[in-house]
Design a protein around this ligand. Structure first.
Ligand code: FES
Ligand code: FES
Length: 163
């Protein structure tokens, strides 16, 4: 398909349908989320699949939205950090753990880390420290040195399995 063709796309995002007009076939999901729908909680980092700042969930799986064509996500369930956040403003247990462990400095990486970690914990409730290190290696953080992020995710994993 011509990358410059204009399309109308109905995207399922955070449980609601969004009709987006005049989408170029080559537009990434990251571009549509941020520039067309104002969902700027999804961060724009390297735009090259290297940093994980743009992570969203598609059908429950963490995906770098900078590498995903928006037109190819039609019919799939997309969750961004706005959809993950509680409407009353309270923090989820994972967000509380990140705060408690002082794992947030500039915060740029955190939306992607939260969504990637929740997906990991849903699929691997028995995740060990090594599992978390391996599975989270696509989400970079330039501030914290990772140990506090790892501690927060491990804290939630251990709490959920009652150990
Ligand atoms: S902005 Fe998508 S991986 Fe860096
Ligand atoms: S807290 Fe700054 S990039 Fe992670």
């Amino acid at each position: 398909m011509n990358r410059h063709a204009l399309l109308s796309c109905r995207l399922r995002i955070n449980g609601a349908s969004h009709d987006v007009e005049d989408v170029h076939f080559g537009d990434t999901l990251l571009e549509v989320l941020r520039d067309r729908l104002g969902l700027v909680g999804t961060k724009q980092g390297c735009e090259d699949g290297q940093c994980g700042a743009c992570t969203v969930l598609i059908d429950g799986q963490p995906v770098n939205s900078c590498l995903e064509l928006a037109a190819e996500t039609v019919g799939r369930e997309i969750v961004t950090i706005e959809g993950y956040n509680r409407r009353d403003g309270s923090l989820t247990p994972l967000q509380e753990a990140l705060v408690r462990q002082a794992a947030i400095q500039c915060g740029f990486c955190i939306p992607g880390i939260v969504l990637a970690a929740e997906s990991l914990l849903a699929e691997r409730p028995d995740a060990t420290e090594d599992d978390i290190r391996t599975e989270m290696d696509g989400n970079l953080c330039r501030c914290t040195g990772y140990s506090s992020i790892l501690a927060a995710i491990l804290e939630v994993a251990e709490t959920r399995r009652g150990s």
